[in-house]
Design a protein around this ligand. Structure first.
Ligand SMILES: [Zn+2]
Ligand SMILES: [Zn+2]
Length: 400
């Protein structure tokens, strides 16, 4: 008879014994932030570390140069449980989303759980998922993996994300990002304006028209629209022949999200017609909303609570409003999944900021990373040790 408690204790001890190395990894990534699809150094560091710890590493997973899967096989064939790593940073704010801690926790929990559960049947997989922030050819890599069926033979997937408090099973909005590129004609802004077509005017109209859509937002669908103008001309005495807007449209209702993105596209087309410019709209991958899996939420929640940290009540989290988006949403639509949050700093720290990046390497931030790593490791062990848990998770997944 397997004593799950003993195995979980040993997973926790394994995490403690790795603390120094995990902190080094988190700090190194903080000092060396890399943008999505370009995370070559972090990728090398993480894959080498996993190999050193005995994992069988598949590099360049599914044709993505910075994606990987690292497998630790147990005693015999059995369920396949995954922990996900992210390692992309943001322009201007480095690891302002704290993905350095996600990477360290995934490596640490995968290795610790694999050691503790080495005599159990099954497999623990650490999956390296680049470009979560949506940049470059591997943007939304978890969606690419979902479309290629990668998650279909995973029995459960878990991960953590830095935040300012502890919580499990947070919800996420679906998001669709789009880019509008307007093409006009340059001309002297004073001497021959009649010969020009002002692409910036087109972009400005599209920007305003998109803003006006908010009036008709369905409040129950948590619509969020945000955008910027990234290009708007080169000199004020030249009528701009190129202007570019980028928008993100988010909602908890995916069908409604598609409808609203359609309307945003119409804003771009309308602005082009009004100004005589041409427009090309490029859409990124749609990130799905998060599908909750309550049996998994309960296990992961308990593994945080048992460490004595204050964790938001999971039922309240479920009842709350989804705030951000993640390509983990697409994983949750394909296999039982749940995420968790760790509290790395003061509550008023903004997300996607230099301040958040700095929190990730304070004592508080690194301690939180270790707590999260332990919760993930214990959960991986528990899932392999108690087949009935995975059965419940699967059943919940199939019926919700
Ligand atoms: Zn982010
Ligand atoms: Zn993030």
């Amino acid at each position: 008879m397997v004593d799950v408690k003993v195995l979980k204790e040993s997973a926790k001890k394994e995490v403690d014994s790795q603390r120094k190395r995990l902190v080094e990894i988190a700090r190194w990534m903080y000092e060396n932030p890399e943008l999505g699809s370009e995370e070559y150094k972090a990728y090398a560091l993480l894959t080498e570390e996993l190999e050193k710890q005995g994992a069988k590493v598949e590099r360049g997973l599914l044709g993505m140069p910075t994606a990987f899967s690292a497998s630790f096989k147990g005693k015999s064939k059995g369920p396949r449980v995954a922990v996900l790593a992210e390692y992309d940073a943001l322009p201007g704010v480095g690891h302002g989303c704290g993905h350095n801690l996600i990477a360290a926790s995934a490596i640490g929990s995968g290795v610790a759980a694999a050691r503790a559960a080495k005599d159990l049947p099954g497999e623990i997989v650490v999956v390296g998922t680049p470009a979560e922030e949506g940049r470059g050819p591997s943007a939304g890599s978890k969606v690419i993996m979902a479309n290629k069926g990668f998650w279909d033979d995973v029995d459960a997937a878990i991960m953590l994300h830095p935040a300012m408090h502890y919580g499990v099973g947070g919800k996420a909005l679906g998001i669709w990002q789009l880019k509008m590129e307007f093409k006009g004609q340059t001309s002297h802004a004073a001497a021959s304006p009649e010969k020009g077509v002002n692409a910036l005017n087109a972009a400005t109209l599209a920007y305003m028209a998109t803003h006006m859509l908010r009036q008709e937002a369905r409040r129950d669908a948590n619509l969020v629209i945000h955008g910027i103008i990234t290009e708007g001309g080169l000199a004020s005495n030249i009528i701009p022949d190129r202007a570019v807007c980028e928008f993100g449209v988010r909602s908890s209702d995916e069908k409604y999200l598609v409808t609203m993105v359609d309307k945003v596209e119409k804003c771009a087309e309308g602005a082009a017609i009004a100004t005589g410019a041409q427009v090309t709209v490029k859409k990124a991958k749609l990130y799905s909303s998060m599908k909750p899996n309550i049996p998994l939420v309960k296990v992961l929640y308990q593994n945080y609570v048992d460490q004595g940290v204050k964790v938001d009540d999971w039922q309240e989290t479920q009842a709350g409003i989804p705030m951000a988006s993640t390509d983990f949403g697409d994983v949750s639509q394909r296999c039982p999944s749940t995420g968790s949050y760790i509290g790395i700093g003061p509550e008023n720290t903004p997300g996607h900021s230099r301040q958040l990046a700095d929190c990730s390497v304070t004592k508080e931030g690194l301690d939180a990373m270790i707590i999260g790593t332990k919760a993930l490791a214990m959960t991986l062990v528990e899932l392999l040790a108690k087949p009935e848990l995975l059965k419940d998770a699967k059943e919940f997944f199939n019926t919700h």
